[in-house]
Design a binder for this molecule. Structure first.
Ligand SMILES: Cc1cc2nc3c(=O)[nH]c(=O)nc-3n(C[C@H](O)[C@H](O)[C@H](O)COP(=O)(O)OP(=O)(O)OC[C@H]3O[C@@H](n4cnc5c(N)ncnc54)[C@H](O)[C@@H]3O)c2cc1C
Length: 435
C-alpha cells in the first residue's frame, strides 16, 4: 500500500502529526497504524493534561466536544513519612491552573475521530513489525507482522501475511522505547550527540471511590515514603469525574536496592494513613503499567533521518519536571508534520531536517523555537528544583545514577498487607494481567 505519510502509533503524538499533515495539505494521503485492538487500548488513561497543544491543533476543541470534562482544582504536594503527610509548597512547574484531568484514552479516541474526518486512514490492530528501506538506505515504510502463526511457528488456518506500507515519509510515534525506533537509532546513529536516556516505570490504577470522599478536580502528588532518599519517584492521585480517582506511582529504573519492587512500593504507598482512607469502600476498576523516558531535553536524539522522523515519547519529549508528556508529544507531532509537509511540497530530498533545528531551543531565544515551547520545563537537571526535603529526590529533580554504580547492600523492605487485601480485592502481581 502506498501513502504519502505513514504514522506508526496512534497515541497523542502520532494522531496530532496525522491531523496536522491533513490540515496543512488535504491532498496528501496519510495512514496511522496502531497495534492496540482499538485506538486508546494501549494508552494508560487518567492524566493531568495541559491543553495548549490541543488548542493550537483545534482552536475550537470545546465546540468539537473534546473529552476535557474536569478542570484541575486544588493542587496538593505532600512529603510522606511512614506515619505523617507534610504539605509542602507545590513546585511552580507542577501548578495545574488551566489544565484538565482527563482520560488520555478518550482523548486519543476523539483525536482519531477528528483525523478520520479529515481523511486519515486509521488502522487499529496492526503492529508495524519491521522498517523497510530503499536501496539507498532511506526509510521506505514499514511492514506489519504476519498474523495467525501457531505456537510451533507454523502458519495456522487463520494465517494472514504482513502488509508493506510504503510512504515518502514515515513518522514514528511508538511511545517510550519504541521497538522500531530502537533499530532506527542504531542504524542512523541518532544518539551520538545526546545524553543517554533514563527510564522510569509508572503504575496506574483507576478506582471508583465512595462519593463522600470524592473531590472532583483535586490533584495530589507525594514524595518520600515508601521510597528512600536514594530512589527517584513519587505518587500522583487525580480525582476525575463520576467518583473516579486515578492513582499511580513512578519509580526511576536506576534504583540501587536490588530488593525493591516498584509494584510492591505502590501497594505500600496505598497503606499510608493519609492515603488509605480514600480507597476504603471503593473498588479498583482498571490498572496498567508503562515506561517513561525521564532523561529530559538533553537526552533527545537527532529526530530525523532519510525518509522519516521521531515524535513524542519515543524521542523522549516527556517534560520531566511537570510529569507531563501528552501536550509535548502532540506538539512535537505537529511540528514534525509541518516539516514533513514543507519537505514534500518543495520536493527537497528525503530528510525533513528543519524539525531538528526547531527542537534545539536551549541554545536559541524561546520565541523562535516552537518545540522549545513544547518541551518547556524539560531542562537540564542542574536547572531543576532540588528537593526541599533533605536528600529526597522530587519528581523532576533528575536521575542521579552514576554509570558503573552497582546495587547497594540493603535489607529487604517490609511488606505490609496491601490495601486491596483488606478490601477483599486481589493485590498480587499474578492476578494483575498488566504484569
Ligand atoms: C504512569 C504515567 C503517568 C503519566 N501521567 C501523565 C500526565 O498526568 N499528564 C501528561 O501529560 N502525561 C502523562 N504521562 C505521559 C504521557 O502518557 C505520554 O507522554 C504520552 O502518552 C506520549 O504520547 P506518544 O504519542 O508519544 O506515545 P504513547 O501515548 O505511548 O502512544 C504510542 C502508541 O503507539 C502504539 N505503538 C507502539 N509501537 C507500535 C508499533 N510498532 N506499531 C503500531 N503501533 C504501535 C502504542 O500501542 C500506543 O498506542 C504519563 C505517563 C505514564 C507512564
Amino acid at each position: 500500500m502506498e501513502f504519502d505519510v505513514v504514522v506508526v502509533g496512534a497515541g497523542p503524538s502520532g494522531l496530532s502529526a496525522a491531523i496536522r499533515v491533513k490540515q496543512f495539505n488535504p491532498d496528501l494521503s496519510v495512514c496511522v497504524l496502531e497495534k492496540g485492538s482499538e485506538v486508546g487500548a494501549h494508552i494508560l488513561s487518567g492524566a493531568v493534561f495541559e491543553p495548549r497543544a490541543l488548542a493550537e491543533l483545534f482552536p475550537d476543541w470545546k465546540e468539537r466536544e473534546a473529552p476535557l470534562v474536569t478542570p484541575a482544582g486544588d493542587d496538593a504536594f505532600l512529603f510522606l513519612t511512614e506515619a505523617k503527610a507534610i504539605r509542602l509548597p507545590t513546585p511552580p512547574q507542577m501548578h495545574n491552573h488551566g489544565n484538565y484531568i482527563i482520560s488520555l484514552g478518550n482523548l486519543c479516541r476523539w483525536l482519531a475521530e477528528q483525523a478520520e474526518a479529515l481523511g486519515v486512514e486509521v488502522f487499529p490492530g496492526f503492529a508495524a513489525a519491521e522498517v523497510l528501506y530503499h536501496e539507498d538506505g532511506s526509510v521506505k515504510g514499514v511492514a506489519t507482522g504476519d498474523m495467525g502463526i501457531g505456537k510451533d511457528g507454523e502458519p495456522t488456518a487463520n494465517y494472514t501475511p504482513g502488509v508493506e506500507l510504503h510512504a515518502s515519509q514515515t513518522i514514528f510515534a511508538e511511545g517510550c522505547r519504541g521497538s522500531l525506533t530502537k533499530t532506527l537509532m542504531e542504524r542512523f546513529d541518532l544518539r551520538s550527540d545526546c545524553d543517554p536516556q533514563t527510564y522510569g516505570i509508572g503504575i496506574k490504577e483507576l478506582w471508583e471511590i465512595d462519593p463522600a470522599k470524592h473531590q472532583q478536580g483535586r490533584i495530589v502528588h507525594t514524595v518520600g515514603w515508601p521510597l528512600d532518599s536514594q530512589t527517584y519517584g513519587g505518587s500522583f492521585l487525580y480525582h476525575l469525574e463520576d467518583n473516579q480517582v486515578v492513582v499511580g506511582f513512578v519509580v526511576g529504573l536506576d534504583y540501587r536496592n536490588p530488593h525493591l519492587s516498584p509494584f510492591e512500593e505502590f501497594q505500600r504507598f496505598k497503606t499510608h494513613p493519609a492515603i488509605r482512607p480514600i480507597f476504603e469502600g471503593g473498588r479498583r476498576i482498571a490498572y496498567g503499567a508503562r515506561a517513561l523516558s525521564e532523561g529530559g531535553i538533553q537526552s533527545i536524539p537527532k529526530l530525523t533521518f532519510p525518509g522519516g522522523v521521531l515524535v513524542g515519547d519515543t524521542a523522549g519529549f516527556l517534560n520531566v519536571p511537570k510529569i507531563k508528556g501528552s501536550h509535548t508529544a502532540m506538539k512535537s507531532g505537529m511540528l514534525a508534520a509541518e516539516a514533513v509537509v514543507a519537505l514534500l511540497a518543495e520536493n527537497a530530498g528525503p530528510e525533513p531536517k528543519g524539525y531538528n533545528e526547531a527542537h534545539a531551543y536551549p541554545r536559541e531565544p524561546e520565541e523562535k523555537l516552537a518545540v522549545g515551547r513544547a518541551v518547556q520545563g524539560a531542562q537540564h537537571p542542574s536547572q531543576l528544583p532540588q528537593g526541599p526535603v533533605g536528600r529526597h529526590r522530587l519528581f523532576g529533580a533528575g536521575h542521579l545514577s552514576v554509570p558503573g554504580q552497582g546495587a547497594v547492600d540493603v535489607p529487604q523492605p517490609r511488606r505490609p498487607r496491601p490495601v486491596e487485601k483488606s478490601l477483599g480485592l486481589p493485590s498480587d502481581r499474578l492476578s494483575e494481567t498488566g504484569w
